[in-house]
Design a protein around this ligand. Sequence first.
Ligand code: NCD
Length: 311
Amino acid sequence: MASILRGKDILRADQLSADEVALIMDTAARFERVVQNGGRLTNMAGKVLATLFYEPSTRTRLSFETAMLRLGGQVLSVAEARTSSSAAKGETLFDTGKMIESYADVAVIRHPVIGSAAELAAGASIPVINGGDGAGQHPTQALLDLYTILKEKGRVEGLTVTLAGDLKNGRTVHSLSALLAGQGVRFYFVAPPALAMPAEITAGLRQRGIEIEETDDLAEAVAHSDILYMTRVQRERFADPAEYERLKGAYVVDSALLKRARAGLTIMHPLPRVDEIATEVDAYEGAAYFRQAANGVPVRMALIALVTGQE
Ligand code: NCD
């Protein structure tokens, strides 16, 4: 039977049903076991992944590319898409989508404009995966975050999760809050007022019955949390550099903060970090952010294989 995700675009976290999320988690775990045991996978043999990155990326692009290679497929990549592709000549993403479908079997796009992945997907008949659209969504990050919580904690249901930092501009927390809302968590949203979670996201979650406490007191939140999901102040989304300078140091996770945290706190971060997690925290056993980055590989392997029907 064909996968329920076959042929689908992955554009937003809230498009995914509980069954689809469970299938992605199970498939990622299966692929991770095979790779860990030194096995070779050939699911994507003869297939091509195109990566179109119009914004900087290290982890997302490299983990998608290695995911495809580990599935036996091949990768076409436009790294500096903004300056080196026909976007610089004014081509629309819709037209790029029309063209890309004859070059590749699946595509990943990262772009500074909200809705850009959807525009590419509207033009392309092949599955399109959103690798981050401006301050919009980053669904594959949310999926690897969920996978990480499952591995670190063994469950999600009943956990208290603090999302902290730039909740206004951070696409990772927009996607992650939507994904976790379906998994029985309660939230603290910790941000300075100028970087608060967009009101429509908070209202939408509350309408679904999700318990959310909004505060600017990080220490208070971590005293009651199982997970701290820290984020970077998104400098590239600020029109006014002085406003960024004012807000960039809003929160720093350090040893002093950890002393006030609930025992067993797991600390996550989508990376890159700037200075919001002190390096002294890296030695703490609950510091999961580098393990989290590694989990991007099996989760993206699962996504590539599922949307192309090669799982
Ligand atoms: C995030 C992003 O690009 O939104 N990075 C990532 O994909 N791991 C987070 C960030 O840039 O702050």
